[in-house]
Structure formats: C-alpha cells, structure tokens
Design a binder for this molecule. Structure first.
Ligand SMILES: [Zn+2]
Length: 159
C-alpha cells in the first residue's frame, strides 16, 4: 500500500479566526474559571489576601490551591499588609502586555510586604521619581475593556 492508495483528506481554512474571548493579562475571576476566586472577591471588598499553608505555614504569593513546598492542599486565606516598600523597579517603555500597550511608559517593580515580595505596577510616579525603599500602598483597579466580567487587580502607588 502506498500513499497514493489512501483517500485524500482535505481541510478547509476559515477566512477569519475568532480570537479568544479574553486575550489579555488578566484571568477570569469567578469560581467557574479560577480556584483562587476568593483572592479576587477579597480584593473587590478592599482586602489584600493570599494563601498560607496550614501544614508547613508557608505564605505564598500569588495565592495557591496546593502548597508548592509540601504539596498540602490545606490552605487558608490570610491578610497581607496594604503598605510596603519598593524592592526594585523599572520602567516599561516599549511593548507591554496586551491590554497595557496604551499605558506605556509605566513603572513596574517588586514590592516587599514583609511575608511576601510580589511584582506589581507602581502608579502615580515616574521612574525618575522613585527610589528603592520608597513606601508604597495598595491600590485596587478595575480592569478596562472587561468583556463579560467586572474584574479587579492590584497595583501600588507611592505614599
Ligand atoms: Zn506547605
């Protein structure tokens, strides 16, 4: 049997491809789409939280559904401070993630909150205005261009 004996298969290529519903940086935040929806519910209510492992007491960020240290799924949500300090920072001047392109230039950095250090945008300040160690505080933002959910995310701003 050779290839010529096989029935020829054809495929059709669509003229247009429908893009994914949410082609941006932010995930869907409801229980149907993420198991860390409690983090977003808390954030929407003005509380900044993350998970802590009840077995080994590790505090994670971002929140987890399984502890990366001991693999326990016995986790609880704990509050994080709303104020911390800049550990490092840079300015995004060129291409940014989808949904942020029109925001450039903006400052992104790592913020030290004591138990955790996390990456975040730092608003209301330019690169030249900032120094390592500067105090910053949590800021909750509504995500623009949200197609079918009211989504929120965290940023920081100078104090
Ligand atoms: Zn653990």
């Amino acid at each position: 049997m050779t290839d010529d004996d096989l029935p020829r298969k054809t495929v059709s290529i669509p003229d247009e491809i429908e893009l994914l519903r949410l082609l941006d940086f932010y995930e869907l935040q409801d229980p149907e789409h993420t198991r860390i929806h409690e983090f977003y519910d808390n954030l929407r209510a003005g509380e900044f939280t993350t998970t802590r492992c009840e077995e080994c007491e590790t505090v994670h960020f971002p929140p987890r559904i399984v502890c990366p240290e001991c693999l326990s799924d016995d986790l609880e949500y704990v509050s994080l401070p709303h104020e911390g300090e800049i550990h490092s920072f840079t300015e995004v001047r060129g291409t940014a993630a989808i949904g942020m392109n029109e925001d450039t230039p903006f400052v992104a950095g790592t913020v030290d909150l004591g138990d955790v250090r996390l990456s975040a945008r730092i608003d209301d300040a330019g690169y030249d205005d900032l120094s390592i160690g500067d105090p910053v505080r949590l800021k909750t933002v509504e995500i623009d261009n949200s197609i079918d959910q009211d989504r929120v995310f965290y940023r920081f701003e100078t104090v």
